[in-house]
Design a protein around this ligand. Structure first.
Ligand code: LLP
Length: 418
């Protein structure tokens, strides 16, 4: 059962791994009760392996952190972090609402069983077709991002419930590519523009303001400040403070707890206002690991040892896009003293998944694991170099099930029109 999962620290693996993970009697990593070496044999590599209970535990942590303090809240799963039918289903079962950033995510959310009334639609440039689809499906709230969109919606959907996206001029300490709250942003209305936007609304049902300051944020004070800035703009029944709570990618990282994050969100908001948040990464990031098979080990004396695995920038773009750091281990020999660089199999020198990691004498055939790939891994996977994208495997109580299958070579040609 979800609540009963062993904590990672108690089981010989760090908090970077999913709840309930451990090294079993054979010294092999176990996720959701499943031995990952056996998973590699059964399902092949690379593969995204998730502890299903981990996501449920975190969803419940968000809900109970609010429930202990208020009954005016909504936890909205930012589904861009991990959009697949099984996850939408899981988050809907846990009672969360859902944010979609495109017609495609909306399609998947509906397919996963989300009540359209609990869906929030985002996007700085939603197409007319996407807006029509959202309106026709009865999407509960559309978050308006620009004057052009406001005009469009006034014509298309009188009475539609909307929020306004605001860029609050707050810049958290994170990578520039995933910082969205600063004034110089393609998203939303600057604080000074909001009165003009509000004045332009005639037929829409404006229920509140929205802002997302960025992602992988470890400080909490920007969230308190955010609630204050939005409150200063006007009084609305609902404030959506976005997502962004950071997670640990490496053992030394200690992000704030979900509880203290929620505390900060509520601290800045006035009484009587319903506070919404949109966690993505913090719900799914640590729930997933990627397993690879080592293919070659190349030692360049006095330079570097490259351990090449059967994936890379097609299944994890984050190191290349954001310089993100990951850990790695040989799945049945944790710990080690050989300084290695884990490379992918793509035809680019920049296809490096982990630089400078200590591994236990890696050799071809080993299963290598990188933890904390649960958010924006599967989501940003691609077919570069004609590599089939990995499957997604959910593990729970020792049972493993494929929730997204591996691409086939036929899939690679599925859209070719000749
Ligand atoms: N709400 C809005 C409006 C967002 O744009 C995002 C993320 C979130 C919520 C969820 O943020 P989270 O809680 O996951 O940090 N591909 C990047 C992340 C881009 C995030 C974009 N928006 C990465 O791999 O780090």
């Amino acid at each position: 059962m979800a609540g009963a999962a062993e904590t990672p620290a108690a089981a010989g693996v760090s908090h970077v791994y999913p709840h309930g993970s451990r090294l079993n009697e054979r010294g092999r990593l176990e996720i959701g009760g499943c031995d990952v070496i056996e998973l590699a044999e059964e399902f092949g590599t690379p593969a995204y392996v998730y502890a299903e209970d981990d996501m449920r535990i975190r969803a419940r942590e968000f809900l109970s952190a609010f429930e202990r303090r208020t009954d005016r809240f909504e936890v909205v799963y930012a589904s861009k972090a991990f959009p697949c039918t099984a996850v939408y289903k899981l988050m809907a079962e846990e009672g969360l609402s859902c944010d979609v950033a495109s017609g495609g995510e909306l399609f998947l959310a509906l397919r996963g069983g989300f009540d359209p009334a609990k869906i929030y639609m985002h996007g700085n440039n939603k197409s007319v077709a996407e807006l029509e689809y959202a309106i026709e499906q009865g999407v509960g709230t559309i978050v308006i991002d620009s004057f052009d969109e406001l005009e469009r919606l006034e014509r298309m959907a009188p009475g539609q419930r909307v929020m306004l996206r605001v860029t609050p001029g707050i810049k958290p300490d994170t990578h520039a590519y995933i910082s969205t709250g600063q004034e110089d942003s393609k998203f939303g209305f600057g604080v000074d523009e909001v009165p003009r936007a509000i004045a332009a609304i005639e037929n829409l049902d404006l229920v509140g303001l929205h802002a997302h300051i960025g992602s992988q944020v470890f400080q909490l004070d920007p969230y308190e400040k955010l609630a204050e800035v939005l409150t200063g703009v006007g009084e609305y029944p609902r404030l959506n403070l976005g997502g962004g709570l950071g997670i640990a990618y490496t053992q030394d990282q200690k992000p704030p707890s979900i509880d203290s994050y929620v505390e900060s969100l509520l601290r800045g908001a006035p009484d009587g206002v319903t506070v919404l948040c949109e966690p993505g990464r913090s719900l799914v990031g640590n729930a997933g690991v990627t397993i690879y098979r080592v293919g070659t080990v190349k030692s360049i004396p006095n330079v570097r040892t490259y351990v090449a695995v059967d994936g890379g920038m097609s299944d994890n773009l984050r190191p290349m896009l954001y310089g993100a750091h990951y850990e790695a281990e040989i799945a049945d020999r944790f710990g080690g003293h050989s300084l290695c660089t884990v490379a992918g199999k793509h035809c680019e020198s920049g296809d490096i998944l982990v630089s400078d990691v200590l591994l236990d004498e890696p050799r071809p055939g080993d299963v290598l694991v990188t933890p904390a790939t649960g958010a924006y891994g599967h989501a940003m996977a691609n077919n570069y170099n004609g590599i089939p994208r990995p499957p997604v495997i959910f593990c729970r109580d020792g049972d493993a099930r494929v929730v997204v299958r591996r691409d086939t070579y036929e899939d690679l040609a599925a859209r070719d029109a000749v």
